[in-house]
Design a protein around this ligand. Structure first.
Ligand code: ADP
Length: 733
């Protein structure tokens, strides 16, 4: 190779080397620059991190100091809590899920009386053992093992029920254990000795108070018995005295004795009832009864006062409503007696109307009854209306001051109605009258009477002669409901005219037109039936011959009696064998062959009564009735006469010498064994307390009447129990 070529090559090589060098230098520079930048960034980061580290360090410091403050606080709180727990009288302990005691306060451990084992770490099972071994708890007559098993079972349940234990020293401790989520148990042992002592003292005080209340009510019962018995004599004899020959002044004295005696009895009854209600000793006695009969009995009792004042008392019992219910008839009668009694007392003229309506729920066999007692009396001012149901509250103004009373009647009535789950209310307009009402729900009893199905063949028209417009309206409505056409008359002449146009039956008020009407109808040749309505049974006495069929019905009219009478008349009209309808004590109407009917024997009644005065009073009371009455003077005689006299009904005094009424009844019931019929026995008693009734009825008596006896009650009792085939007790003949 030439030199020139070699030089060229070398130059080229050198140039290439120079370029490579430049390039490497440039790369080196750039790398250097990057390195510089990175170093700067790093150093920045270091600065930042340092600041952060400082921050964190500061924070840490703060947290540390906070933590120690908190720790101190916790320690203080814990100390305080523990001090508190230690200082309480009740025991406190904490057990872990293995039932080991973790902590327990002094009170909890006190029962172990310094026993070394009784401290933290003690298991519950061991604790129970210590308790029984050391005799710490009075376990009664349980075995120690049995007691421990019982306590352990309780302890292991998820929610142990509180348990009261008695310690050896007579103190009582109530254990309350609460299981936490992890199985820990907080155990409290409350010392309830004081509470138990107080409870015991209270119980003793209550028992004493109850014994005192019982003593008080039995004292009241005895007193009422003691007072009633002589009162029976006072009222009864005064009643008899009035009917003897006396001058006016003597009569006034006798009447005053009688009235005062009766008033005193009302007060005794009121006070007795009120104290029983107040002591919540009054119990309702639920039994089947006939509401309509109960109302009529009440009205019958109060009738004499109403009559004296010339006030008509009418009963409007919805014709299509059942009459048989289950309830406390005695108490319902009491409320009615108070309301009707007040209505008569505070009414000078006009009428008193007892209205009964109701809504029956056939599916539930219940009836919502509304019973109202309306009067046309003095009324009550509006501002006093809310006040009359309070105790001893009487509307005290000039018009009212002249009326006697205790002011307890309405308060007792309200309490009784409320006890029966009902309500009582009053509406009144001064000078126009008042309307007291109450509503109660009662279960219907037995089958409702099929009033709609009654057929009165041969009777299409009736004439009504009544002095009271109210009565006339009521009777007309009842007759129309039975499908009869009605004509109301005000005079005998008008009755005669109407009768000529044809009417099969005439209803007439016997006090207004009894004897006159009989002779007028007789003279006019009337051949229909005449029904005399009277407030006094048997007040009309048949005189001479008459072709008229004369019947009597007591006022106020009972729809059942009215129906029976009409059915009897209807049968006679249809020329069928005359029938007699008898209502038995259940209220069923039974038809019997009437061969003996009007001319049958008199109803035989036996009255067992040891007291001569009471026998006299009884005899006098039933004098208007056509009955065959005989007396037995003690229980033994009553049993003998039951066999020889064969009474249709017995009135039996409860307390009698030799053999009392209860034993006599038992003996009679024994004699009756196997026979189909049972003679109705009415107990006559001076007792009026709740429990007596059951005792009397349990020996086999059917009903009970409290002394002093009332004419109305006796009549109603006899009337309800007339057997088939005997003469009507109010028979005209
Ligand atoms: P008593 O009749 O024994 O006074 P009650 O509690 O039965 O007591 O009645 C309280 C009062 O309510 C009566 O005193 C009377 O002022 C008033 N009162 C009750 N019923 C009637 C009524 N039908 N008409 C007017 N006032 C009446």
């Amino acid at each position: 190779m030439s030199l020139a070529n070699k030089l060229t090559q070398e130059r080229r090589a050198r140039l290439a080397a120079e370029r490579l060098l430049e390039q490497k230098q440039a790369e080196l520079f750039s790398a250097n620059q990057k390195l510089g930048a990175h170093a700067k960034k790093l150093s920045d980061e270091i600065v930042e991190t340092r600041a952060e580290v400082k921050n964190v360090r500061d924070e840490n410091q703060r947290v540390k100091s906070d933590l120690s403050v908190a720790q101190k606080k916790i320690e203080i709180a814990e100390r305080r809590l523990w001090l508190s727990i230690e200082s309480i009288n009740d025991g406190f302990a904490f057990f872990n899920s293995d039932s080991e005691m973790i902590i327990a306060n002094k009170s909890y451990l006190a029962v172990f009386d310094g026993l070394e084992e009784a401290s933290t770490g003690l298991t519950y099972i061991r604790m129970l053992q210590l308790i029984t071994e050391e005799g710490i708890v009075d376990i009664g007559n349980m075995s120690p093992a049995g007691w421990r098993a019982k306590m352990l079972e309780r302890w292991q349940s998820p929610n142990p029920a509180p348990e009261t234990i008695k310690l050896w020293n007579g103190e009582f401790v109530k254990l309350i254990d609460q299981r936490g989520h992890g199985g820990d148990v907080v155990s409290l042992a409350l010392n309830i000795t004081e509470v138990v002592k107080t409870e015991r003292a209270l119980r003793e005080a209550r028992d004493k108070a109850e014994a005192a209340a019982r003593a008080k009510s039995s004292f009241l019962a005895n007193m009422s018995h003691e007072i009633r018995t002589p009162m029976n004599g006072v009222v009864g004899m005064a009643d008899l005295l009035i009917e003897t020959d006396m001058d006016d002044e003597q009569r006034l004295f006798a009447q005053t004795i009688k009235n005062s005696g009766e008033a005193l009895l009302v007060i005794i009854n009121d006070v007795l009832d009120y104290s029983k209600l107040d002591a919540e000793k009054m119990l309702l006695q639920i039994e089947p009864f006939d509401l309509e009969t109960a109302i009529h009995e009440v009205v019958m009792l109060l009738q004499p006062v109403a009559q004296e004042k010339g006030i008509t008392v009418a009963v409007d019992y919805d014709l299509f409503m059942p009459t048989q219910y289950e309830g406390d008839v005695g108490r319902i009668r009491q409320v009615l007696t108070n309301l009707v009694g007040n209505a008569i007392k505070f009414t000078g003229e006009g009428h008193v109307l007892v209205r009964v309506v109701g809504v029956s729920d056939a599916s539930k066999k219940m009836t919502q009854l509304h019973i109202t007692v309306e009067d046309t009396g003095i009324g009550i001012p509006e501002e006093k209306l809310g006040h009359v149901f309070g105790e001893f509250n009487q509307v005290d103004d000039a018009t009212n001051r002249s009326y006697e009373g205790t002011g307890l009647g309405l308060s007792i009535s309200q309490k009784l109605v409320r006890m029966m789950g009902g309500q009582i209310w009053v509406d009144s307009v001064v000078g126009e009258g008042s309307s007291f009402g109450f509503k109660i729900e009662l279960a219907t009893f037995g089958k409702p009477e099929p009033v709609e199905a009654v057929r009165l063949a041969g009777i299409t028209k009736a004439i009504v002669l009544e002095q009271s417009e109210q009565m006339a309206k009521l009777l007309t409505r009842q007759l129309s409901a039975l499908g009869l056409g009605c004509h109301t008359s005000e005079t005998v002449e008008d009755v005669l005219q109407a009768a000529q146009k044809g009417a099969e039956v005439v209803f007439a008020d016997s006090e207004v037109a009894g004897y006159d009407l009989v002779s007028a109808l007789d003279n006019a040749g009337y051949t229909g039936a005449l029904v005399l309505l009277s407030t006094q049974l048997g007040s009309y006495q048949k005189q001479g011959d008459t072709r008229l069929a004369i019947h009597q019905l007591p006022k106020p009219l009972s729809r059942r009696k009215l129906l029976e009478k009409l059915q009897a008349i209807s049968k006679a009209k249809a020329h069928e064998a005359p029938s007699l309808y008898v209502v038995n004590s259940e209220g069923d109407v039974k038809e019997t062959e009437a061969t003996e009917s009007t001319n049958g024997r008199a109803m035989r009644i036996l009255a067992a009564e040891d007291n001569k005065t009471n026998r006299l009073v009884f005899q006098k009371m039933v004098k208007p009735l056509d009955i065959d009455l005989q007396f037995a003077e003690n229980g033994k005689e009553a049993v003998e006469m039951f066999q020889s006299f064969k009474p249709d009904m017995i009135f039996m005094d409860v307390s009698m010498p030799e053999m009392d009424g209860k034993d006599a009844t038992r003996a009679i019931r024994k004699l009756e064994k196997g026979s189909e019929t049972k003679v109705p026995i009415f107990a006559l008693t001076a007792h009026a307390m709740g429990g007596d009734k059951e005792e009397i009825l349990s020996c086999g008596m059917d009903y009970y009447l409290t002394k002093p006896l009332r004419k109305g009650e006796i009549f109603a009792a006899i009337g309800r129990n007339q057997p088939a085939g005997v003469r009507d007790i109010a028979s005209e003949g």
